[in-house]
Write a protein that binds this ligand. Structure first.
Ligand code: SF4
Length: 225
């Protein structure tokens, strides 16, 4: 019965969850949600690429992000995403939260549903590296660690900025603007590299290699948003 429900829902889904963004290359499926899910810092208001240039105010952008935010509530979200990726061979990587962050509302559903869905997705797409960044490591430390270290194909990077100047967990990836003292201190470390905002040219350096035996910490990096 449950399977029938899933099929019925998928058959009525007329749109793709994942979109392609030029700088992420032709093999990356991206998913962004509404900025209402963020806990923005001062830095975000000045530098976030969605907030900049009033892009978020464009009706089509706003509508698309809100639609994807609501879709996270769908009980079959994880199943639908897995089926979509299996049907789209050009998707070899998933970048989640191109905008937005781990949802917290409604509290009766999130963040529990989000983490459950992502454990399920990671288990069922073992050859697809999935990556997202968050400013909520200090809010959901246990859940984030469990998801990051629990799967070879999932990578959660901590977003740093002057208000969040150091990674909450030093053994997990981080993303930061180049002028942060923590970056200046660590820029020569192994596995720290500069993001050129062009994944194919960069060689997808900050993505995990699902076949690597060194699967847990696959690299810190720094990045200009
Ligand atoms: S570091 Fe490289 S792979 Fe990672 S987002 Fe930047 S360009 Fe893409």
């Amino acid at each position: 019965m449950k399977q029938d429900n899933k099929r019925t829902y998928l058959n009525t889904k007329q749109w793709n969850y994942l979109t392609k963004v030029k700088k992420m290359g032709p093999y990356t499926g991206c998913y962004g949600i509404s900025l209402d899910s963020c806990r923005p810092t001062e830095w975000c208001f000045k530098h976030c690429y969605v907030r900049k240039n009033n892009k978020y105010e464009l009706l089509n952008v706003k509508t698309a992000l809100e639609r994807r935010t609501l879709e996270l509530l769908n009980p079959y979200f994880a199943e639908n995403l897995i089926i979509e990726v299996n049907k789209r061979p050009s998707i070899k990587y998933i970048r989640f939260f191109l905008s937005g962050d781990i949802p917290e509302k409604p509290k009766s559903v999130f963040p529990e549903k989000f983490f459950n869905d992502f454990h399920y997705i990671a288990d069922n797409l073992p050859n697809i590296p999935i990556r997202f960044t968050t400013r909520k490591t200090h809010i959901f430390p246990d859940e984030i660690r469990e998801l990051h270290f629990g799967h070879a194909n999932i990578s959660i990077s901590q977003s740093l900025d002057p208000q969040l100047p150091e990674p909450y967990f030093k053994d997990m990836p981080w993303t930061a603007p180049e002028d942060l003292p923590y970056v200046l201190e660590h820029m020569k470390d192994k596995n720290v590299h500069f993001c050129i905002n062009d994944c194919p040219t960069c060689g997808y350096k900050c993505w995990p290699d699902p076949k690597s035996s060194a699967k847990k910490v696959f690299g810190n990096y720094w990045k200009i948003l």
